[in-house]
Ligand binder design. Sequence first.
Ligand code: AMP
Ligand code: GLY
Length: 425
Amino acid sequence: MNILILGSGGREHAIAWKLKQSPKTSNIFIAPGNAGTVTVGTNLNIAVNDFDAIADCVRVNNIRMVVVGPEAPLVEGIVDYFRAKPEFAYLKLIGPAKHGARLEGSKEFAKKFMIRNNVPTAKFESFTAESLENGYAFLETLKAPYVLKADGLAGGKGVLILNELSEAKFELKAMLVDAKFGEASSNVVIEEYLDGIEMSVFVLTDGESYQIMPEAKDYKRIGEGDTGLNTGGMGAVSPVSFMNEELRKRIENAVVQTSVNGLKVEKIDYKGFLFIGLMIVDNQPFVIEYNVRMGDPETEVVMPRIKSDLVDHFIACADGNMANSRIEFEENAATTVMLVAEGYPEEYEKGKEMTGFDQTEDCILFHAGTKLENKKIITNGGRILAITGVAENIKDALAKSFGNADRILYEGKYYRKDIGFDLME
Ligand code: AMP
Ligand code: GLY
């Protein structure tokens, strides 16, 4: 079958790379794609939020399956758009409809969903400009540090963690009254701080049953030792060494089953990925966020570890048959190191010529912010290239990622040299 993948990052390149390996795949299209996705399919110059143009492309290219990479088109209702048109009844869509996408689109919606469905999470309350004084009073009942979250999508910047009560009050007012994050912060969730270690689990669900994929940990800060500004993710590893059978069972029972059961009892149309961000406190999992898509760069370590056919799993997911579609994974390890532009996540330049691709060996290069210009590969974003190593263990996988990171050259290259530092045995 012909498959369309929406998005342009390393996540979409990794999904395309995995789907390409299936005998059921005929042609892959990626909209808009990057300089890497052209090696597995055809790039189409269509924006992910241009639903009419996407529908035309589905008709013209005889596409049978659409996989939505990023959250924005899901939150804007791309699945509902196609479901409303009978001519697309055959189309297999991977991603939740608009209502379910609110699990990522609204922090308050997600927290209330967790409470209703007994999913363990930090204690919280939410506030608007009208209830600012109540917000101050709630902050006074909590201990430092204070966690403030803009309700809406804020490009990964909407969470503030503050050490002083006065700072927390100041920022709460800036968010609610001065629209610090625009409309996204007209509603703010304040929650209890959880002190633990973070990791993520990824679930493919049809809204009733589910399969759990390999877990991963990403490295969000720009600086070594987890310091400096938050980024989209500077690297990732899978599996995580602190995962044990007991924790795995707790995560499945307390978090995954309760979450999927919530989708089912609330009759939420959800056929796609559910990415659950966890904080593990004393070997107990707490949900800090849901995302309604795969993580990036986590996908670049999860896809290479999946042994079974992803097209089969996607068909089962779209058809509501996930209970009979066992995802199998390899007993190995994968790591990815993200090469970024100098200055990222603040201002940076694009358009730098990249070389050294032919010098790399024994790794998978997943392109993120790259594009082709006059047959040359040039940088086209802050996060540029994810270099994935696969081996028996994390240490050997990292050696492949780092060894090849040195071989790719462009002006202003930066990457963290300590990905996985906290997980080495
Ligand atoms: P989120 O966008 O909800 O994932 O939040 C961004 C980051 O803030 C997370 O990756 C955590 O590192 C941190 N964070 C969020 N909520 C909490 C919490 N309740 N306690 C401690 N850290 C948190
Ligand atoms: N790497 C984190 C995310 O995709 O949200």
